[in-house]
Design a protein around this ligand. Sequence first.
Ligand code: CMC
Length: 389
Amino acid sequence: TGNVTYDPGYMNTAGVKSAITYIDGDQGILRYRGYPIEQLAEKSSFIEVSYLLIYGELPTATQLEEFDTKIRRHTLLHEELKGFFDGFPRDAHPMPVLSSAVSALSTWYQDSLNPFDPEQVELSTIRLLSKVPVIAAYAHKKSIGQALLYPDNSMNLVENFMRLCFGLAAEPYELDPEMVKILDLLFVLHADHEQNCSTSTVRLVGSSDANLFASVSAGVNALFGPAHGGANEAVLKMLRQIQAEGISPEKYMEKVKNKEDGVRLMGFGHRVYKNYDPRAKIIKKAAESVLAKSAGGDELLEIAMRLEEKALADDYFIQRKLYPNVDFYTGIIYKAMGFPEKMFTVLFAIGRLPGWIAQWREMMEDPERKIGRPRQIYTGSSQREYPQS
Ligand code: CMC
């Protein structure tokens, strides 16, 4: 096989050079375009961070306003695309609905098929940022049998999304500014994470000169798995199971440590962070503040906190450097906001979208770009002859 290195999971292989996101997994550092995540979480917004990731610099006030206005103006879905939602079973998971609808954008915007036309790339960028939250909200509304609302362009992306998810056609929708702020914060924290599984997928698909919609649709599918974005939904299932069965966090930990039925402590561990995930630190605080306001969710938060406390003091986790990751507390917050569990990974996808777009665009402009084509170590049979009769 020649000069091939075997590296399952690409643990030690850098396939790209990137100037977007910096992670130091040992120290628990995350920066977008050089800005520490803690500062962006405190001072920035999802729209501003999207601009930063995609264009490389923080926008001026005018640039930010123009960007925001463009996004507000492209929120409408083609009426026929809205019909798309009727084609799926009512109880469909919204992730495959989202990936299908994103893929279908190529059929409505056929000029987008050329990934080297900068004007089209820009238009596809804006269309994705505008329409993905609307598609996500419609997938949710369909699943609960409610009417789809038209976007309201007087609202920003996050406000609009909340209204499209929770508003009712006959009644004005009153936004809860604190919830809007926290959802915006969660989107900021999810916005990019260098060459994770879904982003690498977006790049790999794009490396064949597939357009932005096709590449991002593939990214949504990669995010769906429980080892990646699907972990936020899996965490909540785990917490509810512990609650329903009345088992103690200690007992659950025993199951995890004995690897019974492959049980893992969902929301723990990370390929790159061998220290507390800096996003999880910020999210934990947000969870406490959301739950201080709402009734009912506190018990799950308590179970989560006890699991965390036990895990951080346990040799199994210490030796393997397993810490809470971004997904550990998000589900509890989303639940308190009123999102059903099936929507959790969709919320991750909305947050990760600007990262996917920025990484795809960076790759397409890279003069060293090559089609992604890993090699293999062949383990099959050597040549053998087809039976004579
Ligand atoms: N619970 C129990 N044991 C674990 C866990 C966990 N959550 N994560 C890793 N381990 C153990 C694993 O069994 C292995 O032990 P051993 O050496 O005895 O075989 C060791 O730690 C190394 O694990 P690995 O699977 O080789 O590590 P990886 O870098 O390939 O996997 C991971 C990283 C995130 C897939 C994994 O930690 C995991 O499955 N975590 C749970 C799912 C999760 O929370 N995913 C979200 C990741 S962060 C955000 C995102 O990407 O969406």
